[in-house]
Design a protein around this ligand. Structure first.
Ligand SMILES: [Zn+2]
Ligand SMILES: [Zn+2]
Length: 343
């Protein structure tokens, strides 16, 4: 039996166009204990391939993390299949609001060490022993409680452009670093305070809440479905929105505006701005915040050096960077001395 893609992305694109049918972009995740991820992987591939599901799915001993494109006509069958898998019964599905029939062109189900790269090597704790999930309404109540410590589990460049009122926003570039900092800062309050946490879509809090419970925190809560689901519930249930600014997202949009507040500033001139850009110099690519005027003056670069390099003929630039691209810096926000107004 063929358990891998037989069509190229191009061929698939053509088929999707010819079919002319709507597809839904769906994501979900679940921490669980999988005895044999490889067998589970093959099981998924066989069933989802049949339903013309496409996407990128990570399967590990610790669970599943999936981003999918499902033909709208097959959604009911797809859902039925998910519900037939014990640990995925009634799993919360995030369905993207924007229609995109070509969000994925292949079905890739990969067995990985982890479903999210979290930098944790601690195998002694149970990832399924997580915090109490709360929806937007309960979350709004909890974060007004004086006994609550509200923690943003995202990285600094994410919380800089948007976060909940009164949240602790660790100055970190990685999830691993934030775990340690928060544990240290709240060491005295393991028993008495309510530790309430949130992230973009909820997956980081699944792991973090289990980690903190393992570390001795007694009252651990997490925002179910993260900022994305919170925003949806606030709209649908007509609740007060307590999120300020933009929700950073990891696609080409970089951020989704949630409230009109602009809480960040241009890293070059300091005026209010919350637009992330990547330095136009391909050898740099630093992620930083830049206003329109500075973008124009600096030709979308982060520094005068980069501006100079960027203005060279492309072939000369290539020689300068010796074929290396600095794509790894895309999310290394503002860790640059030349950005005077970085926070
Ligand atoms: Zn500026
Ligand atoms: Zn640069």
């Amino acid at each position: 039996m063929q358990l891998y893609n037989t069509l190229s992305a191009k061929e698939r694109e053509k088929l999707i166009e010819e079919a002319g049918k709507d597809r839904l972009t769906i994501s979900f995740y679940k921490y669980a204990h999988l005895g044999n991820p490889k067998i589970f992987r093959n099981h998924l591939f066989i069933h989802w391939d049949e339903l013309e599901v496409l996407g990128r799915i990570y399967v590990a001993h610790e669970g599943i993390n999936a981003q999918l494109s499902v033909p709208a006509d097959n959604f009911e069958l797809f859902k039925k299949h998910l519900d037939s898998i014990t640990f995925l019964e009634n799993v919360r599905l995030n369905i993207a609001i924007e229609q995109d029939n070509k969000s994925f062109l292949k079905l890739k189900v990969k067995v990985r060490e982890k479903i999210v790269a979290d930098g944790l090597n601690d195998k002694t704790f149970d990832v399924t022993n997580k915090g109490i999930h709360v929806g937007a309404k309960k979350f709004n109540e909890l974060i007004e409680d004086p006994e609550t410590v509200l923690v943003d589990m995202r990285n600094h460049y994410e919380s800089e452009i948007g976060h909940f009122k009164n949240a602790v926003t660790p100055d970190v570039d990685t999830f691993r670093d934030s775990l340690d900092i928060i544990e240290k800062d709240l060491a005295e309050h393991k028993e008495d305070k309510k530790l309430v946490m949130y992230c973009t879509g909820g997956i980081r809090c699944e792991k973090a809440s289990a980690y903190y419970k393992h570390k001795g925190f007694k009252k651990v809560y997490q925002l179910e479905g993260g900022i994305i689901e919170y925003t949806r519930q606030v709209k649908n249930q007509d609740l007060e929105n307590k999120f300020l600014g933009k929700n950073f997202v990891f696609d080409h949009r970089r951020g989704e505006r949630i409230s009109e507040d602009v809480i960040a500033n241009c890293h070059q001139c300091g005026k209010p701005c919350d637009t992330h850009v990547n330095c136009a110099n391909e050898a740099c690519h630093l992620l930083f915040i830049q206003c329109k005027e500075c973008a124009e003056a600096m030709q979308e670069c982060c520094s005068l050096d980069c501006k100079e390099t960027h203005s060279l003929p492309y072939e000369e630039q290539k020689v300068l960077r010796k074929g290396k691209k600095a794509s790894n810096k895309i999310f290394k926000k503002g860790r640059s001395e030349v950005l005077k107004y970085k926070k």
